[in-house]
Design a protein around this ligand. Structure first.
Ligand SMILES: NC(=O)c1ccc[n+]([C@@H]2O[C@H](COP(=O)([O-])OP(=O)(O)OC[C@H]3O[C@@H](n4cnc5c(N)ncnc54)[C@H](O)[C@@H]3O)[C@@H](O)[C@H]2O)c1
Ligand SMILES: O=C(O)C[C@H](O)C(=O)O
Ligand SMILES: [Mn+2]
Length: 547
């Protein structure tokens, strides 16, 4: 095979497979290397979708789609964009959890990712350059895989979360797939099964922590920022003890985003605004309980707290609305194990009569009477009938979001929550949930997953060429989504449907870009925000490769 032919056939950004035209086949040395019939992109999509449907499981479906991704990005994204709600749980959460757990065993292709090893810190620049292959990188999703979803530490195998999150950026917001780079920082793993597995593909030692860890992350950040000056740096699934530290360290210097802290904060705030639209209640009357006060739990609480301030409460007044429950039960301010993010929301023991009893969610709910309960605990089934009925006994429309991912870790199902509250609960789940039929009403279930906002947030920030991503932009993103729900419909969802992900990603992007421009954060002149957002959007269509 001619070198030119190999170059196009093996380059997923150029390869068209059976869609190479006769002219292209001649010019590129492809004559006779493909079946004679030249297909259109639409024909390829139809054919591949039929093949997709024949696959027996979600995992097999994902693997099939990944082969297309590896071979032909345009075809992959055309297919994805036409079946977005159907493909999301296959390409992304929850199926992505299976591919991460089985990454080494299932390995076929590195998927254009950059694998950075703490054992080889001198190769950071070389690795990033090799992985970029001369492309102008504008967006990196990086993970160190210590806290993948709720399934914990997966070492190098966590690279799939970076790959998967990026796929959603393109499918939802039209981020050009040739401008993105998935990165994994392999600093070791504390998962014994990986350390014991001779076929594990990562560094087979315990996680490096402390100064050496932070120096390695810093080396990556500095090098990436030097190599790719217009970078939007998205951190994903770092561990509880590092995620907020890293965000605080970099957020004012570079365009830095932590999805678990900020993305989840936005989507939950948007969901709450949607829920309160339905119930007609006031935001500042709510009593908020976070079950699982880790990276996501604390990130969400902070965002909701900021909203209370924006809605006119003083800091002192606002804090009274929040309760955090973690492993030890309700969090109190005399607890020496509190994280810096938990401390501001820990309560005084003097507020309660029997604080020694407040060590369970059930006891905390009984004592506090929250109106909002958000689960980011990784503990399945913990929103029990007892807990939910107790909550519903003291509030007309309890807002309950069991958000732990993947499916097997959810605190409750939407169906149970609605049954236990006779349809009163306003529910959103972390993973997609089927509508629930109850007493003649069809309840649509919103998905409070950060995937509903991070693509638009990234698109808007990049389109505005913003210097940083700040709280004001984040707040605007949440509010732009909150207004989309039709609250008058019985059984309406609290968030817009994933079928419209592409449409509302643009809504989010415009709100975020406008906010950046209003704050003068744009590095280049933006005359028309809407036009800037549209201009950045990549569309999966073939371009001619002939001269
Ligand atoms: N839907 C979304 O968009 C979204 C976004 C981010 C995270 N999440 C989910 O939230 C969960 C937590 O993610 P994270 O990044 O915050 O992880 P994390 O490890 O930082 O936090 C988990 C917290 O739960 C606590 N916890 C453990 N056992 C508990 C128990 N028995 N009772 C109460 N708390 C307990 C831990 O101590 C920790 O503070 C995961 O399942 C993740 O998939 C969902
Ligand atoms: O990846 C997801 O589905 C959402 C979130 O970032 C998580 O860690 O669970
Ligand atoms: Mn995550």
């Amino acid at each position: 095979m001619e070198e030119k032919a190999q170059q196009v056939l093996n380059n997923p950004f150029l390869n068209k497979g059976t869609a190479f035209t006769q002219e292209e086949r001649q010019q590129l040395g492809l004559v006779g290397l493909l079946p004679p019939h030249v297909q259109t992109l639409d024909e390829q999509v139809k054919q591949n979708y039929a093949q997709y449907l024949s696959k027996p499981s979600m995992l097999a479906k994902r693997q099939f789609l990944m082969t297309i991704f590896n071979e032909n990005r345009i075809l992959f994204y055309k297919l994805f964009s036409q079946h977005i709600a159907e493909f999301m749980p296959v390409v992304y959460d929850p199926t992505i959890a299976d591919t991460i757990e089985n990454y080494s065993a299932l390995f076929v292709d590195p998927q254009n990712a950059a694998f950075l090893s703490i054992d080889d810190p001198t190769s950071v620049a070389e690795t990033l350059k090799n992985a970029a292959g001369g492309r102008k990188i504008k967006l990196i999703v990086v993970t160190d895989a210590e806290g993948i979803l709720g399934i914990g530490d997966w070492g190098t195998q966590g690279v799939d979360i970076s790959v998967g999150k990026l796929m959603v950026y393109t499918a939802a917001a039209g981020i050009d797939p040739s401008s993105v780079l998935p990165v994994v920082l392999d600093v070791g793993t504390n998962r014994q099964s990986l350390l014991d597995d001779p076929l594990y593909l990562g560094n087979q030692h315990k996680r490096v922590q402390g100064d050496k860890y932070y120096a390695f992350v810093d080396q990556f950040v500095q090098t990436a920022e030097e190599l790719f000056p217009d970078l939007y740096l998205h951190f994903e699934d770092f561990g509880r003890s590092n995620a907020a530290n890293l965000l605080n360290k970099y957020k004012e210097k570079f365009v830095t985003f932590n999805d678990d802290i900020q993305g989840t904060g936005i989507i939950v705030l948007a969901g709450l605004l949607g829920a309160l639209n339905i119930s007609g209640e006031d935001f500042t009357d709510q009593v908020y309980m976070s079950f699982g006060a880790g990276t996501a739990g604390a990130g969400i609480t902070q965002r909701i707290y900021e909203e209370m301030l924006q809605q006119g409460l003083s800091e002192e007044e606002a804090r009274k609305h929040f309760y955090m429950v973690d492993k030890q039960g309700l969090l109190f301010d005399d607890d020496p194990t509190l994280t810096p993010e938990q401390k501001p929301f820990a309560r005084k023991r003097a507020e309660f009569a029997h604080t020694d009893k407040l060590t369970t969610l059930a006891a905390a709910v009984k004592a506090v009477h929250p109106t909002i309960l958000v689960g980011t605990s990784t503990q399945p089934g913990t929103f029990t009938e007892e807990v939910v009925k107790e909550m519903a006994a003291h509030t007309e429309r309890p807002i309950i979001f069991p958000l732990s991912n993947p499916t097997k870790l959810a605190e409750a199902t939407a169906e149970d929550l609605l049954k236990w509250t006779a349809g009163k609960a306003l529910v959103a789940t972390g993973i997609p949930a089927e509508p629930v039929e109850l007493d003649g009403v069809t309840y649509e279930i919103g998905q409070a997953n950060n995937a509903l906002v991070y693509p638009g947030l990234g698109l808007g920030t990049i389109a505005a060429a913003a210097r940083v991503l700040n709280d004001e932009m984040i707040s605007k993103a949440a509010h732009s989504l909150g207004g989309i729900v039709d609250a008058t419909q019985p059984g309406a969802a609290v968030l817009p449907p994933v079928t419209k992900l592409d449409v509302f990603s643009e809504t989010v992007a415009e709100a975020v870009a406008q906010s950046a421009v209003d704050q003068n954060l744009n590095k280049k002149e933006i005359k028309d925000v809407k036009a800037a957002v549209t201009a950045l959007k990549w569309i999966p269509e073939y371009n001619s490769l002939t001269d």
